[in-house]
Write a protein that binds this ligand. Sequence first.
Ligand code: IPE
Ligand code: IPE
Ligand code: MG
Length: 229
Amino acid sequence: MTQPPAITTAHVACIMDGNGRWAKRRGLPRTEGHTAGEEALANVVRVAAKRDIGWLTVFGFSTENWVRPPSEVRHILGLHRKLFGRVEELNANNVRVNWIGRPFDEPGSRTPRAVQQAIAKAIEDTKHNTGMVLTVAFDYGSRVEITRAARRIATDRAPFDLASMTARLYDPSLPPVDLLIRTSGESRISNFLLWQAAAARVYFTDCSWPDFGAPQLDEALSLLTSRRA
Ligand code: IPE
Ligand code: IPE
Ligand code: MG
């Protein structure tokens, strides 16, 4: 398979879905699916960095996911600590870590201290990297983000326009999403980057997230290069 040409500025976003079903098909507990999903993400980060994608934003945990069984939530939180702890390989790939989600000091935030610390440490330990920016959306929901931006415009007495809104999103430096990928057969956006992905190409695949790797990413990226050609 020929590799698509390098895309130096693309912003690719992934809704990493299907961990639970992947595990169920194998007769494994859902937690095993999440463990495999974290490994798939580490691999996708390596591949994406080699493809010279500028920005990779992944949906790690949504504001809606807290209602899952406590043991599953605990397991997913542990995997985020593992992910944010992969500093050595992130540095080896020149990847800068970033995070979006409900700010820890704001009402509604439920992110445990240990995860907060893991996020802060990963950001600090990778801040000098100049390659791809990996943004992990954790305790993230787009409607809460947009509502908060609107509220901040009101308190700042700023003009109610597109630029003011964009400047008040969790991370105003995130460029518009070029390609939004969702795995595992669901054709839903599930409250992810509603503002940032307004003009994105959307790629749905039946592939489960734990099975998503280099060939699947390249196929998704070809959608982007075909548009640019
Ligand atoms: C995605 O996989 C991971 C998270 C939402 C945290 P799921 O856990 O949603 O897997 P399915 O959709 O039940 O298969
Ligand atoms: C979206 O997946 C959230 C993440 C991938 C973290 P879900 O599995 O939670 O989404 P819905 O509930 O099927 O829309
Ligand atoms: Mg799901």
